[in-house]
Design a protein around this ligand. Structure first.
Ligand SMILES: Nc1nc2c(ncn2[C@@H]2O[C@H](COP(=O)(O)OP(=O)(O)OP(=O)(O)O)[C@@H](O)[C@H]2O)c(=O)[nH]1
Ligand SMILES: [Mg+2]
Length: 328
C-alpha cells in the first residue's frame, strides 16, 4: 500500500464578500426594487437529476453529474444573480437509504443540515415516479413552525411518452404533501429552467445579497479540480467502478496562467487499481486528458495534471479518513 501525505480538499470559502446592508437600503431609497437573496435547497433520491438542474440554474457547471447514482458527495453551492435577485442554490447528495456505512451517514447528515436553514426546497423526482426512496426524502421536510415552501420538481419530462398519464400522478402527489408549487420540467431544456427561476424568485426574502454579482460557487478551484476528475472517473468506468472510489488533490499550484495539479484516485482494492489504470494505462490516460481539457476551460488556464492511483482499504467506513478526505 502506498502512503503519502493527503491534502484535505478546502472547506467552503464561506467568507465570500456580500453587498452591504447599506447598499441594499440605498437601492431601496432610489426607487430600485429591493435586493432579494435566498437559499434554495435541491434534494431528492440519487440520480433524479439534481446536479444537472443546479448547473442549468447557475448557467455553468459547478456540480458534477453522471448516470451512476450517488455521484454528489458534498454540499455544493451554485449562485445565480438575475436583476435584483440572487439565488443561492444548494445541491446535496442523493439521500441514501440502502447502506449504513460511515460515508452514507455523513452524506445524509449533509442533507439534514441543509434543510434546516434554507428558504425554499426543490424536491426533485422523476416525472411519473414516486417510490419508497422518494418518500423517505419527502419525510425529511421540516414541519410545523419549521416548515418551508417545498416545490415538487418533476424532472426528466422529456422521458415521459404519454403526458396525459402525468395528470393522475400529479393529483396523487398533491395528497402526499402540501407542495407550494408543481413544476414538471426537463433540466436539460433552457426554457424550462428559466421558467423555474421565475417561479422561485418571489419566494426569496428581501435582503442584501450574500455574494458578489458575478459569483458562481463558494467552492475553490482546487475542490472543483477533484470533482471534475471524479466525474471523468465515474463516467469512464461505469458500473465496474466501486462506489467508494474518491479523488484527493495532493498538489495545486498556480504560476501565472499555469496550474500544476497532482491528484490521487483512491480505491479500496488492488483489483480496482488495475481497472482504473486499464490495459497499457489507457484508461487512466483518458481520465486525465478529459479532466485536463475541462479544467482548462473552467479555469481559463493551462493545466498540467498528474494522476496517481492508490489503494487504501476501508476508507469509506472510517470516520477519520472521511474527514481527512473532506467529507464534513
Ligand atoms: N432524460 C433526461 N435525463 C436527465 C435529465 N436531467 C438529468 N438527467 C440524467 O440523469 C442522470 C443523473 O443526473 P445527476 O444530475 O447526476 O443526478 P443527481 O440527482 O445529482 O444524482 P446524485 O448526485 O447521484 O444524487 C444523468 O445521466 C443525467 O444526464 C433530464 O431532464 N432528462
Ligand atoms: Mg448529484
Amino acid at each position: 500500500m502506498e502512503e503519502s501525505p493527503i491534502d484535505t480538499p478546502e472547506e467552503d470559502n464561506a467568507a465570500a464578500e456580500g453587498a452591504s446592508p447599506e447598499a441594499a437600503k440605498a437601492a431601496d431609497a432610489g426607487g430600485q426594487p429591493p435586493q432579494r437573496c435566498g437559499l434554495v435547497a435541491i434534494v431528492g433520491r440519487p440520480n433524479v437529476g439534481k446536479s444537472t438542474l443546479l448547473n442549468a440554474l447557475v448557467g455553468q457547471k459547478v456540480s458534477i453529474t453522471s448516470a451512476k447514482a450517488q455521484t454528489t458527495r458534498h454540499r455544493i453551492t451554485g449562485i445565480r444573480t438575475v436583476g435584483s435577485s440572487q439565488f443561492v442554490f444548494v445541491d446535496t447528495p442523493g439521500f441514501q437509504t440502502r447502506y449504513a456505512a460511515a460515508m452514507n451517514r455523513t452524506l445524509n447528515k449533509t442533507v439534514h443540515s441543509v434543510l434546516a436553514d434554507v428558504d425554499v426546497v426543490l424536491f426533485v423526482v422523476e416525472a411519473g415516479r414516486f417510490g419508497l426512496d422518494d418518500a423517505k426524502v419527502l419525510s425529511l421536510m421540516p414541519a410545523g413552525e419549521f416548515a418551508k415552501p417545498v416545490f415538487l420538481i418533476a424532472n426528466k419530462l422529456d422521458a415521459v411518452h404519454r403526458r396525459a398519464d402525468l395528470v393522475p400522478w400529479l393529483k396523487g402527489m398533491q395528497d402526499r404533501h402540501a407542495f407550494a408549487e408543481f413544476v414538471p420540467l426537463t433540466a436539460k431544456k433552457d426554457a424550462d429552467v428559466q421558467r423555474l427561476l421565475a417561479i422561485v424568485e418571489p419566494y426569496l426574502p428581501k435582503q442584501p445579497w450574500f455574494y458578489e454579482e458575478d459569483a458562481l460557487t463558494d467552492r475553490s478551484d482546487k475542490f472543483l479540480a477533484s470533482e471534475i476528475i471524479r466525474e471523468k472517473l465515474f463516467r469512464l468506468m461505469g458500473d465496474e467502478l466501486p462506489y467508494t472510489s474518491t479523488v484527493v488533490i495532493d498538489k495545486f499550484e498556480e504560476e501565472g496562467n499555469l496550474r500544476r495539479i497532482a491528484a490521487s484516485i483512491v480505491v479500496e482494492r488492488d483489483a480496482h487499481k488495475g481497472m482504473v489504470i486499464g490495459g497499457g494505462g489507457e484508461r487512466l490516460k483518458r481520465i486525465g486528458s478529459e479532466a485536463r481539457q475541462e479544467l482548462e476551460k473552467l479555469m481559463g488556464a493551462t493545466v498540467f495534471l498528474e494522476l496517481w492511483v492508490k489503494v487504501r482499504s476501508g476508507w469509506a467506513d472510517d470516520e477519520e479518513h472521511l474527514r481527512s478526505y473532506g467529507y464534513e
